[in-house]
Design a protein. Structure first.
Length: 209
């Protein structure tokens, strides 16, 4: 009987307090994040969505300036022409050599004539002076000197030289070398050629023209 009484009491208690068997569920209150933000051009306290996320800073990479190589301007150098070289105030001189007793040039004399012909067109006047060595009579050498100068005169005309040509000649004089040697005599058997512009030429020339 005592057990039965206990069961009855327990049933009564559970029926009277049915809500005590379980606790009501409660939703957790969301936490609001508060902070400080730059709002309307000043710092203010904010919460939730009003707090704008901070702007992520980026590092600007600036490349160092590249040094420019300064290049020196190239100036074209134009070589002077033959006419600009030879057409100057100074006359151009040359020597045409001859063999002993001959009125035709030696091999060296022929080369000298070819060089003269290349530049003769740049001049208005050419002066020729025939010379000899110290062997022989005065009359013979005067005649030989004249023949040598005449040969050069004719050769220049045949090779297209149109400049005014003045011819002078005299033997046994005006030596380049007075030594009594074959070398000095070889240098004295010559025709001296002088190429000048008209304003530089000597007007009182002697001999045939």
């Amino acid at each position: 009987m005592a057990i039965l009484k206990h069961l009855v009491v327990l049933l009564l208690v559970t029926s009277i307090f049915p809500g005590c068997t379980s606790l009501p569920e409660t939703n957790p209150t969301p936490q609001v994040r508060e902070g400080i933000a730059w709002i309307e051009r000043q710092f203010k306290t904010c919460s939730g969505k009003d707090c704008l996320p901070p702007t992520r800073k980026t590092l600007a990479i600036i490349e160092p300036p590249v040094a420019r190589k300064e290049t020196t301007p190239v100036v074209a150098v134009v070589p002077p022409t033959v006419s600009s070289v030879v057409r100057s105030d100074e006359p151009v001189t040359a020597t045409v050599l001859f063999a002993f007793g001959k009125d035709s040039p030696s091999a060296d004399g022929q080369q000298a004539l070819k060089r003269i012909a290349k530049i003769a067109a740049n001049f208005q006047r050419i002066e020729l002076e025939g010379r000899t060595d110290d062997i022989g009579s005065k009359a013979y050498n005067d005649h030989l000197a004249q023949r040598r100068a005449d040969f050069v005169h004719s050769w220049l005309l045949k090779h297209g030289v149109n400049a005014e040509i003045v011819v002078r000649a005299e033997g046994l004089c005006c030596y380049l070398d007075t030594a009594p040697t074959e070398t000095s005599r070889r240098n004295n058997r010559r025709v001296e050629v002088r190429l000048v512009n008209r304003q530089d030429a000597v007007s009182n020339s002697k001999g045939a023209q």
